[in-house]
Design a protein around this ligand. Structure first.
Ligand SMILES: Cc1ncc(COP(=O)(O)O)c(C=O)c1O
Length: 473
């Protein structure tokens, strides 16, 4: 029995009436459980009936809200719906036979290590291999400065935990990765967005935001940036801007957190110099095997300046004791025995084919007044719709028309983004992508008709950034 009931001036924890239908008519049996000292009175109201723990949550949970796409997920994941909402990597090209043999070998040969606790730092051999991977982006690092994490999402959480007090400012691109916004909100940091253009973060915007914070006596803790194949914007920070952005952050005494899960997924196999390679002492770098190998293994890493690394290990210890040893060993064996660079090329080709399908479908189908980005790597296209159309309000109608996307407001901490939406091309087949875009174009056409007839189509207000979920990752 759930809930707190009041009746006739007395308070009960619960009250139940059971009606028995007997041969001689109905008999009501009333069971009452009154309040006692051990079970004090709880405040009344519908929300308390739904969640009797409501008064116990920490203040920092106030900004935690579920992703709207998650709410629609049970519908959006039906096979007849083309989902362009999710950021799930397409793993079909992985060598599953080889991997299953390797997992069996690891357990047979080294099972007592693989299934045991490990160090919070991560296994040494994997940290060395991670250094080799980062060298591709010009990073020179020592394995001691790497902390292996449970996906880079854990890295984001730890970095925010280490640096942000309530009310501190984090600067992020507008739009930004929904999972990062969720971490910043959870630690009660205030996010200030800086605009991007087709060359990524705009340096003048960054300078202006930092100057503004300084004038207002606000503390900016770090710039959070996704320089390559941005999620959700699909753009890449121009190489010429990188040194300037680092210089601005140094001038204002602000740390840079570089999140780079897509950096090796350029469609021409192009690799950009990591911000970390240009300023090792002021950049914390987050990496991940989720998009270049297997997201379900949940293996990522943080490379931090030496002093920060000490604290990260302590934070990792208190969060998870250690990252899963078996998963680290699987990643390590894969890297040492498999042509992982060749595998990444296969991923690049798959994603490029899907990107091409999406861009040409958009070109052919989208109504006038829409514009979108042209990614040269990664998973996402960022679409802007004509004035008056609200992508959050439109989403249920799109799902009814059997297409799903992620509406733009989830990628901002401040309610912006109602004219934008994110389309992911990573997972569906090219045919499904074309069909999804065709359906979306039809929904947009009718939405624009509505706007022409009745004016703006407003969404329900749902404030605050949304919590991440695999479907909006
Ligand atoms: C920009 C960005 N950062 C971090 C993550 C989290 O990745 P991981 O699976 O390594 O936790 C994602 C996942 O989509 C992402 O897009």
């Amino acid at each position: 029995m759930v809930g707190w009931l009041h009746s006739g001036g007395s308070t009960y924890r619960w009250k139940l009436t059971v009606r028995l239908i007997t041969d001689s008519g109905p008999i009501d049996i009333r069971v009452e459980c009154p309040m006692t000292e051990n079970h004090p009175v709880k405040p009344q109201g519908g929300r308390h009936n739904l969640d009797p723990h409501l008064d116990r949550y920490a203040a920092r949970t106030a900004g935690m809200t579920a992703s709207e796409i998650r709410a629609l997920f049970s519908v959006a994941s039906r096979p007849e719906v083309v989902s362009l909402a999710g950021g799930m990597p397409n793993l079909a090209a992985l060598p599953l036979g080889t991997l299953s043999t390797q997992v069996a070998e690891i357990i047979a040969e080294d099972g007592l290590v693989a299934l045991q606790y490990g160090s919070a730092h991560g296994i040494p051999v994997l940290r060395e291999q991670i250094c080799e991977i980062m060298a591709l982006e010009g990073i020179s690092a020592h394995p001691d400065d790497i902390v292996v994490t449970v996906g880079s999402q854990m890295g984001l959480d730890m970095v925010t935990r280490l640096f942000c007090d309530p009310g501190d400012i984090v600067i992020a691109e507008g739009p930004s990765y929904v999972g990062a916004l969720g971490s910043f909100t959870a630690y009660q940091a205030d996010v200030v967005h800086v605009a991007m253009d087709e060359d990524g973060l705009v340096p003048e915007g960054l300078r202006a935001a930092l100057e503004d914070a300084k004038k207002n006596g606000r503390r900016v803790k770090f710039l959070y940036t996704i320089p390559n194949f941005h999620n959700p914007a699909g753009v890449t920070l121009a190489v010429e801007r990188r040194a300037e952005i680092l210089e601005i952050c140094r001038t204002y005494g602000v740390l840079v957190v570089e999140d780079n899960p897509y950096g090796l997924l350029g469609f021409e196999n192009q690799i950009y110099p990591a911000l970390r390679s240009l300023d090792p002492d002021n950049v914390v770098y987050l990496g991940s095997f989720s998009k270049t190998f297997a997201s379900g293994l949940r293996v990522g890493w943080v490379l931090a300046p030496h002093a920060v690394r000490e604290k990260l290990v302590l934070a990792a210890e208190s969060a998870t004791l250690c990252p899963p040893t078996l998963n680290q060993m699987i990643v390590s064996r894969y890297l040492s025995t498999h042509d992982w660079k060749g595998q990444i090329k296969i991923f690049q080709e798959n994603y490029r084919e899907r990107r091409d399908a999406m861009l040409s479908a958009l070109e052919q189908q989208m109504p006038p007044g829409c514009s979108w980005t042209h990614p040269d790597g990664g998973f996402y296209v960022w679409l802007t719709v004509p004035e008056g159309v609200d992508t959050k309000a439109m989403l249920p109608r799109a799902v009814t028309a059997r297409v799903a996307y992620a509406s733009g407001t989830g990628f901002y901490a401040d309610g912006f983004g109602s004219r934008q939406l994110r389309l992911s091309y990573c997972y569906p087949t090219p045919e499904r992508i074309r069909e999804g875009v065709r359906r979306l174009a039809a929904v947009l056409e009718s939405e624009m008709d509505l706007v022409r007839t009745f004016g703006n189509v407003k969404s329900r207000a749902i404030s605050g950034p949304e919590s991440p979920s695999p479907d909006t990752a």
